[in-house]
Structure formats: C-alpha cells, structure tokens
Design a protein around this ligand. Structure first.
Ligand code: GDP
Length: 321
C-alpha cells in the first residue's frame, strides 16, 4: 500500500523497541516512506523502566512523533509463568514512554499492543467495543492489563490535553525477527522451524498439535507497519483500532501452506493429545478497513518470505530460538 505519510514528512520520529519484530518493521516502513529522521535507543542505551531516564531522553531528542513498539513479549508458556514480570515491565514501559512524551511536548504518539487485551469470551470476530466488557484470559492477564493501561493513558491524554495519542491492536503477527522457540513459540514460526528441521533431517513425519481444525488469523509484520503509517497519517484517528488480515485460516491450511513453502516432503501427523485451544480467534477489522486500509500480503506470500527470512537468520546466527 502506498501510504501518504504527509504527517511524517520532515518530522523526527522516535521508535521505541526498534530491535523487535514490530519496531524493526516500523523502521523499514518509515525509511521506505522517505522519513529519514528516525531516533532509536538500544536497551543498553536507554532503560525504558526508568522514568527519569526516559524523560531525559525525550528532553534531549525532542521527537515530533513517537511509536511505542517496545514490550516484553512471549507466548502462553512465558506469560503464564511470569504474569508479575509481564505486568510490571510492560506497565512501566507503557506509562514511562507515553507519560514522558506528553510531559515533554511530543505532539503525536502511536501505542501498539495486541488483540489479547480483549476479554476471554469476547464475541468473534472481536470488535474494539469488546474492550473491558468482561474477564480477561488468565494466562496473559499481566500483559493485557499493562497494555490496557497504556492505551487508556493515550485516550485520557487526548481527552485531557488534546494530544493526538492513539493505539493499534494487531492480531497474531509473524515475519522477520520472529521468535522460533519450539516450546514457547506461537504456531506459525514453530511450524516453520518444525518443517525446516524435518526437511534437513530427512524425517518421514512432522508432528503437529491438535486436530488442525481451529481457525486463526495471521498478519505479516510489514502489513502492520503499513497500518502504523496509515494511522499516523489520519487527521482524526480513532483512539483504538484493530489490525488484522481479516482472513480466517484453519491450522491445517496453515500447515499445508508452510509445508509447500519449505518444500518439506514429510507427512503431517496430528497429535490429538495436544490442545487445540480456542476454536476460533479473529479480530474485527471493519473499522480500519472503513477508513481505507487493508492488508496486502497474503498468507502464501507472507509465509514464503518468512521461510526465506528464517533461512537467512539461521545462516547469519541472528535467529531467536
Ligand atoms: P493460540 O492462537 O493462542 O491458541 O496459540 P498458538 O499460536 O500456540 O496456536 C495454537 C494453535 O495451533 C492450536 O490450535 C494448536 O493446536 C495448533 N498447533 C499445531 N501445531 C502446533 C505447534 O507445533 N505449536 C503450537 N504452538 N501450536 C500448534
């Protein structure tokens, strides 16, 4: 999508979390849109848990726009084992980066979260209006509460002080820089690793979990980055918008797509002793679509690219396993 990044031309943009999968995609999209004044800090250079350090950073750099893509992230295993840590770190990152931006005169800010902020029993596809209507999913409650604080702080600052701070909640993301941890990882990168490993080892079978029937939605991170630029170009953006592909895919179709992209001849074997999880998980993207944005990378294309990224990252030793 050719985004008209008019609000970003000649602006200084701070991207928090530029080394992560989302932040690095946002930096690539900014560069492609001709935005050359992008400021970043590594974790070692700036501790986002330290409010004074964050404020000093904003005072020294004075960005016009901030994109908050920094977070402690992890799959269900990592989250459920450490809800306290996920709550504390993500809450501090959200409050420090958003509050200090407001206090130091940053005019525009985009805060990023994930659709796991919505209640456990939210209607499917999940609309933005489902926020805070019932109980959260317990396994990632800490992360969800922190992200809800961040998006609410943006909403309150917009209302109280007229600052144009708003949020995007993307669905399941994948792409370059993903985490390929086989135990704690999400299904898409885990499957890429399983098929690639089976191909290299010449295994006859690839063991996958559950029945293959659950339905999920996947979004390539470069599509999310295009949505970020799109949202930042809106004069009056909604406080909160979901970002997804709108394409519902069965786990079985995902597996076949990845098998084809990796060229792995092994047979798929479904392990019914492993959980299927929730039968359907999809976010309602009608709001962002109604404003003119849509995803452009099909699952086939995105998976093909990501298998290439996996191989490059593995060969370069930069892969996260
Ligand atoms: P969820 O979307 O929050 O449920 O979490 P996941 O990203 O882990 O996706 C889980 C879905 O993929 C479930 O239906 C699993 O049964 C299925 N699945 C199939 N094979 C695998 C695998 O190797 N790893 C994971 N994590 N999920 C798998």
């Amino acid at each position: 999508m050719n985004i008209d990044a008019k609000n970003l031309a000649g602006r200084k943009v701070y991207v928090a979390g530029h080394r992560g999968m989302v932040g690095s995609a946002v930096c690539r999209a900014l560069a492609a849109a001709g935005c050359s004044d992008v400021v970043t800090r590594t974790h070692a250079e700036l501790d986002l848990l330290d409010p004074r350090a964050v404020r000093s950073f904003y005072e020294a750099e004075r960005p016009d726009v901030a994109v908050i893509a920094a977070a402690r992230v992890g799959g269900i295993g990592a989250n459920s084992a450490a809800n306290a840590l996920f709550l504390y770190e993500n809450e501090m990152i959200a409050l420090n980066t958003v509050w200090a931006a407001a206090e130091t005169g940053v005019k525009r800010l985009l805060f990023l979260g994930s659709t796991c902020i919505y209640p456990r029993m939210a209607p499917q596809p999940i609309p933005e209006s489902a926020l805070l209507t019932s109980e959260l999913e317990k396994t990632n409650e800490g992360y969800a509460l922190a992200k809800i604080s961040g998006l609410k702080l943006c909403e309150f600052l917009r209302r109280d002080r007229g600052l144009l701070y708003h949020s995007l909640m993307p669905t399941n993301l994948y792409g370059p820089g993903d985490n390929y941890d086989i135990v704690h990882g999400h299904v898409l990168p885990t499957m890429i690793r399983k098929f690639e490993t089976a191909r290299e080892n010449g295994d006859a079978k690839v063991p996958l979990w559950g029945s293959g029937s659950p339905l999920r939605e996947f979004l390539h991170v470069d599509d999310l980055a295009s949505a970020c630029l799109f949202a930042l170009a809106l004069d009056n953006p909604p406080d909160l918008m979901n970002v997804g592909s709108g394409e519902e895919v069965s786990i079985k179709r995902l597996a076949e797509t990845i098998k084809a992209a990796t060229g792995c001849p092994a047979e798929i074997s479904w392990d019914s002793s492993k959980p299927d999880g929730t039968p359907r998980k999809l976010c309602d993207t009608s709001l962002i679509r109604s404003l003119g944005w849509k995803s452009e990378i099909s699952l086939e294309e995105g998976v093909r690219r990501t298998v290439g990224d996996y191989r490059r990252e593995l060969a370069a030793g930069t892969i996260r396993l």
